[in-house]
Design a protein around this ligand. Structure first.
Ligand SMILES: Nc1ncnc2c1ncn2[C@@H]1O[C@H](COP(=O)(O)OP(=O)(O)O)[C@@H](O)[C@H]1O
Ligand SMILES: Nc1ccn([C@@H]2O[C@H](COP(=O)(O)OP(=O)(O)O)[C@@H](O)[C@H]2O)c(=O)n1
Length: 227
């Protein structure tokens, strides 16, 4: 008899703190579903740019979103992302999407529709969801909330290394400036800004390895019955 509790784990934090890497592995260990909500904002941004919609135009973005199907499906190496039936997993990581996504994610209308869709995805439990407002807006009653941080220098270094491995040319200082700019927009927006939920456990991963982070969160999940 399996008594594992299908809890909901909310993982928030700034860019490149290691959320999706950890979330994917934690979900694997627990047999949970992993959901990267950033991919949903990225997919809308990608479609908006393709359709020459201004990321500042809330009403047009909202209309576009209402006519957009975003699907997240488990793949061999993480989550696959589909836009209106076409796979866009790689495309949504492109630089122009990264540079515009925080402006798209500012808008009340966009966020309320995204949150509505995300809440549908979590209703059966057994999930690890990562983003910026998961513990504060999407699953305010999550059984486990983690706020994952690391210094901006370390986060930029991680993204830089990731780019190097993928053969993408980038400059460490430019990357850090981009990350800091996005964090600033995300943390200062009026609608569900990036903040630590009062009841979230803060995890500074600056000096932690990926497996240390995964083990720590898995331990906390086990304390809440998820084993
Ligand atoms: N604790 C860690 N130590 C070193 N590198 C890490 C750690 N966590 C994540 N990384 C690496 O940092 C990069 C960014 O991680 P990612 O999970 O994409 O961050 P986020 O989802 O928070 O934006 C990835 O290349 C990942 O392999
Ligand atoms: N729950 C979420 C998730 C992402 N986002 C927005 O989407 C952007 C991209 O998120 P992401 O998780 O893919 O970012 P990375 O840290 O992986 O680069 C963030 O910078 C936020 O502007 C959000 O507003 N709320």
């Amino acid at each position: 008899m399996n008594n594992t509790k299908k809890i909901r784990i909310a993982l928030d934090g700034p860019a490149a703190a290691g959320k999706s890497t950890a979330a994917k592995k934690i979900a694997e260990k627990l047999g949970f579903i992993y959901i990267d909500t950033g991919a949903m904002y990225r997919t809308l941004t990608y479609k908006a740019l393709k359709n020459q919609i201004d990321p500042k135009n809330e009403q047009e973005l909202y209309n576009l979103l209402l006519n957009t199907v975003i699907e997240l499906k488990p793949g061999i190496d993480g989550q696959l992302v589909y836009l209106d039936g076409k796979e866009v997993t790689t495309e949504i990581r492109q630089q122009d999407v990264t540079q515009n996504v925080s402006d798209v994610a500012l808008h009340q209308l966009v966020r309320s529709e995204m949150v509505r869709r995300q809440q549908e995805l979590v209703k059966n439990g057994g999930i690890v969801m990562d983003g910026r407002d998961i513990g504060t807006a999407v699953i305010p009653d999550a059984e486990l909330k983690i706020f994952m941080s690391a210094t901006a220098e370390e986060r930029a270094r991680r993204r830089f290394e990731e780019h190097q491995k993928q053969g993408i040319e980038s400059d460490l200082h430019v990357l850090q400036a981009e990350i800091e700019k996005r964090d600033h927009i995300d943390s200062t927006r009026a609608v569900s800004p990036l903040v630590k939920a009062e009841d979230a456990i803060e995890l500074d991963t600056t000096h932690m390895s990926i497996s240390e982070v995964v083990n720590k969160v898995t331990e906390l999940a086990a304390d809440r019955g998820a084993v």
